[in-house]
Ligand binder design. Structure first.
Ligand SMILES: Nc1nc2c(c(=O)[nH]1)N=C([C@H](O)[C@H](O)COP(=O)(O)OP(=O)(O)OP(=O)(O)O)CN2
Length: 170
């Protein structure tokens, strides 16, 4: 094993990307006082976890990380991504439906087709933050004492991606 010199810093990370780490969903965002038309994306997700080596010489088990992330993707797949906290949208729910209004335009979605998300807007940035939070909740069941950060990237298209990084310690 290599001797670490004083002042040297080692950093390690594991990354999962591709495969089933994706979801195909409908959405629109509000921005610049406007509301986009309803459309969809084939979103891709990547996760990077930084930290030191644990007892088994893993930063974190890829297999577990993939399964947890895949499960979160499944909850979003083939659904309309509803940002529950968007102040520009008028949201009305009934037992079976969500009605969404913006400046006199209205959409109605069956509840079962909707992913109700506690976010302000379904931008790639907010989706990355949501997925990161959901992943951190799931990771509570595991020993994460060696981890220093978790980053989630959400790709709307190969040309555009947003990241959210949560640092667990300095
Ligand atoms: N930083 C961000 N910018 C934009 C986001 C976002 O989430 N984060 N989202 C959008 C829209 O949702 C839009 O769907 C982006 O799609 P895009 O493919 O860019 O739309 P265009 O039709 O303009 O581009 P084409 O490449 O011609 O398809 C906007 N910005």
């Amino acid at each position: 094993m290599r001797v670490v010199m004083s002042g040297e810093r080692i950093s390690r990370k594991v990354k999962i990307e591709g495969g089933y780490l994706n979801f195909s969903s409908a959405h629109f965002i509000t921005y610049g006082g406007k509301c986009e038309r309803l459309h969809g994306h084939n979103y891709g997700v990547l996760v990077e976890v930084e930290g030191s080596l644990g007892e088994d010489k893993l930063v974190f088990d890829f297999t577990i990380l993939k399964r947890l992330t895949k499960d979160i993707c499944k909850r979003l797949d083939h659904r309309f991504l509803l940002p529950l906290h968007n102040p520009q949208l008028e949201l009305t729910s009934s037992e079976d439906n969500w009605k969404i209004g913006f400046n006199g335009k209205h959409y109605m979605f069956p509840r079962e087709d909707v992913a109700e998300l506690p976010i302000d807007n379904s931008t790639a940035e907010c989706l990355a933050e949501y997925i990161c939070g959901a992943l951190c909740d799931e990771l509570r069941a595991y020993d994460t004492s060696n981890l220093t950060s978790i980053m989630v990237g959400v790709e709307e298209a190969p040309t555009q991606m947003a990241y959210y990084k949560w640092s667990l310690s300095e």
